[in-house]
Design a protein around this ligand. Structure first.
Ligand code: ADP
Ligand code: MG
Length: 348
């Protein structure tokens, strides 16, 4: 490289700007490509108003998972679920997955049996077929890449871009649990590394551990919305934290938002663990990530339906774009929502 050539470090751009820069020249050429880069999954028309959605995620050992506290069976399950979550966030039904793995000599056949028993469990529990993949040796631990395919009618697809002023903002389940589960596992790992005789103390926190190790997709909410005849105006899954996902919806829909701090659903175990760690539980909910809940908007006229729906909480509403994105605390000044979510390309 010549001395005059500029070198930009990856962290200077960050994940989202990097993806924008790399994919900007790839405007879709095929008329079947209804949505390319920029949502939870791509949308491809099959004709007659039917379409497929496609999404892929890459999981790297040491970056996305730590095998000192993640059982391989759980890892296999989670690798499938995180992809089905993106399919569901398009309001589509997951149908098939492919699974590609890279494995170093550290792993034996029985280890991969374990991994695949988790993959099988997820495929059975969500009624999807494993239809292919790839297998390779690796120099650096384990790598798992899953691609998921789902189907939907074209007019059922929900994008990040459809939120309208006055729409209600809803979130499923509760937030911050997976992050606090991870903090607990990391703490027990540190204790174990400094004293190999120490037994991990995990009692009383089974729910948040499960939230991190074995997340689920809120398929029942998708089905209940469909049964009630409510089509969300926009939707995204919460993989990077509520703040980051809200800003995606605001940016893609060209709107602002107001959410109410006291409406954000937080489980009692999450709150307790946050207190023990001296972490603000709202920080965990807003920026923690990996909850795989669904964040969606519906017209104000659907208030009664969503307010009475199991596992759904109305947390705010959409406003004009110039009003920005703010969280309203019970007292004091409004707090601007900023994305401190997971940045895959942080400075070392
Ligand atoms: P999610 O968190 O929902 O999985 P991401 O933030 O990973 O979504 O990705 C955002 C969008 O960018 C998606 O449409 C994804 O397919 C696309 N994308 C991410 N990385 C790349 C890449 N290296 N090349 C092309 N498209 C990418
Ligand atoms: Mg997503």
């Amino acid at each position: 490289m010549s001395e005059t050539q500029k070198r930009t470090e990856l962290y200077e751009l960050g994940e989202f700007k990097l993806i924008d820069r790399l994919t900007e020249p790839f405007a879709p050429k095929q008329q079947e490509t209804l949505k390319g880069v920029g949502d939870d999954a791509a949308v491809i028309s099959c004709g007659k108003g039917e379409c497929l959605v496609v999404t892929t995620d890459l999981l790297l050992e040491g970056i996305h998972f730590d095998l000192t506290y993640t059982p391989l069976k759980h890892l296999g399950y989670k690798a499938i679920v995180v992809n089905l979550s993106d399919v569901s966030a398009m309001n589509a039904t997951p149908k098939q997955v492919t699974v590609s793995i890279g494995v170093s000599k550290r792993f034996c056949v029985e280890d991969l049996d374990e991994l695949y028993s988790g993959i099988k469990l997820a495929c059975d529990s969500y009624n999807v077929d494993l239809v292919g993949g790839d297998t390779s040796s690796s120099m650096t631990g384990m790598t798992i890449s899953v691609t998921a395919i789902g189907s939907a009618k074209e007019d059922e697809i929900v994008y990040r871009s459809g939120a309208k002023v006055n729409d209600l903002i809803c979130v499923t389940g509760n937030l911050g649990g997976a992050y606090m589960g991870l903090q607990l596992l990391e703490r027990e790992k540190r204790i174990f590394l400094s004293n190999k005789a120490a037994k991990p103390k995990l009692e009383g926190y089974d729910y948040i551990l499960e939230r991190f190790l074995k997340p689920e997709v809120r398929r029942n909410v998708i089905e209940n919305l469909r049964k009630a005849g409510v089509k969300p105006t926009s939707m995204i899954d919460v993989s990077d934290g509520l703040s980051s996902e809200l800003l995606h919806i605001c940016k893609n829909s060209n709107v602002g938002c107001r959410i109410y701090m006291d409406k954000i659903p937080i489980d009692e175990q999450t709150a307790r663990m946050a207190e023990e760690f001296n972490i603000d539980m709202f920080t965990a909910a807003l920026n923690g990530g990996e909850d795989y809940e669904l964040l969606f908007t519906v017209p104000l006229s659907e208030y009664q339906v969503v307010d009475s729906m199991e596992n759904v909480r109305v947390i705010g509403h959409i406003v004009e774009p110039h009003l920005g994105a703010y969280m309203i605390p019970p007292s004091g000044e409004d707090i601007r929502i900023t994305a401190q979510g997971w940045n895959a390309l942080q400075k070392e």
